[in-house]
Design a protein around this ligand. Structure first.
Ligand code: NAD
Length: 358
């Protein structure tokens, strides 16, 4: 009998509960097909937690996550809470949960499904074969460095500091090498070492750590060049690792290669195998409660969880192949449908993927 893996399930707000319900069906089918065992525990987070518990991240939710092997998150937020003060905003809970769980990296795969190549703004022949992952440092760099304003003889000046320690760089770089080892064994480290001291340190660490991963082909790419190459030769990238702000920008750029936000999964990882998995999209209040949301981003987030936290590559492959097959057969939710009148709903898409898993 397989070991029971504990998953904290946080549905959240808006379309969160709808897409998470489909992802849970996929988890159940994975148990039936592969004999793996999952124990799920639901917890309140975001707007719904503000309404029911008076805080976006209740202590008991944090405990459920801390006692789990992985977290599956839907999405949080919505107009109802938009004018709340910062401590009563769902998005404040997102920063809080990442910090409390020690999640220092964010992974975003960008995979172009053949049958959706035409949905992208890039030419299909440029996109052919694109399957990359951006590994972004999440807790350091300019977003977290010292910030202040001061008076100078030329008027007021604003200062943001970009700071990285060797340890902060080393832990994410090692993680990226390890991810590359499980993929096509190519790593692009992105920096701005021709200008920034923090990037020169970043590159020194990458070169030192690379000696421990001789089977991984390493290239250093300056961030401005990377932004261009992602549009020119996206299929040549496998794993891209970079610091916080560069990663923020490049992961959004890479995301757009694939066409729709409803397809994009993500993982946030810390030390060890624990991870938080969620779709890239938000709570989409404009389509919530109408069975219109595309559940594929959340379902692919489950596949990422099975692969990265549990090492269940067979089950992850099964889910990813089922998604590709369902799309190849022409089934679309309205966000990715050319002919909207033939689009299917959230539940039908989930059911088709479950039925196609082998
Ligand atoms: P959004 O991602 O929720 O929606 C942007 C657009 O994409 C909308 O038109 C929406 O209908 C569409 N869309 C998103 N996901 C979809 C899906 N699965 N299927 C079909 N269409 C989909 O972004 P937004 O409108 O900027 O934000 C809405 C709320 O979500 C805000 O409160 C925001 O703060 C929150 N948000 C939360 C997260 C998160 O929980 N991690 C991330 C981003 C935004």
């Amino acid at each position: 009998m397989a070991e029971v893996k504990k998953i904290a399930v946080i549905a959240g707000d808006g379309i969160g509960p709808e897409v998470v319900a489909e992802a849970e069906k996929v988890l159940k089918r994975t148990e039936e097909l592969f004999g793996y065992r999952f124990e799920t525990e639901h917890a309140l987070f975001g707007g719904i937690a503000i309404d029911e518990k008076g805080t976006p991240l209740p202590q008991e939710t944090l405990e459920v996550c801390q006692n789990a092997d992985a977290v599956l998150l839907g999405a949080v937020g919505g107009p109802k809470w938009d004018s709340n003060p910062a401590e009563l905003r769902p998005e404040t809970g997102l920063l809080g949960i990442r910090k409390a769980l020690g999640l220092f990296s964010n992974l975003r795969p960008a995979v172009v499904f053949d049958c959706l190549k035409d949905a992208s703004t890039l030419k299909p022949e440029v996109l052919e074969g694109t399957d990359l992952i951006v590994v972004r440092e999440l807790t350091g760099g300019i977003y977290f460095g010292e910030k202040y304003r001061r008076e100078t003889e030329n008027g007021q000046q604003a200062v943001d500091t970009c700071a990285y320690t060797v340890n902060e760089v080393e832990r994410i770089v090692r993680q990226a090498f390890e991810i590359a080892q499980k993929r096509r064994k190519k790593l692009a480290s992105v920096d701005k070492a021709n200008v920034l001291e923090s990037s020169r340190l970043w590159r020194e660490v990458v070169i030192r750590v690379a000696a421990d991963y001789p089977d991984v082909e390493l290239e250093h790419v300056l961030v401005d060049n990377c932004a261009m190459q992602l549009l020119r030769r996206p299929s040549s990238f496998d794993v891209i690792v970079t610091e916080n702000m560069f990663g923020d920008i490049l992961s959004d750029e890479a995301a757009m290669l694939t066409g729709s936000i409803g397809m994009l999964s993500s993982a946030s990882l810390g030390a060890g195998s624990f991870g938080l998995y969620e779709p890239v999209h938000g709570s989409a209040p404009d389509i919530a409660g109408q069975n219109l949301a595309n559940p594929i981003a959340t379902i692919l987030s489950v596949a990422l969880m099975l692969r990265m936290t549990f090492g269940y590559a067979d089950a992850a492959d099964s889910i990813e192949k089922a998604v590709a097959e369902v799309l190849d057969a022409g089934h679309r939710t309205s966000d990715i449908a050319v002919d909207k009148s033939s689009a299917i709903g959230t539940i039908a898409m989930g059911d088709l993927i479950v039925a196609t898993m082998k």
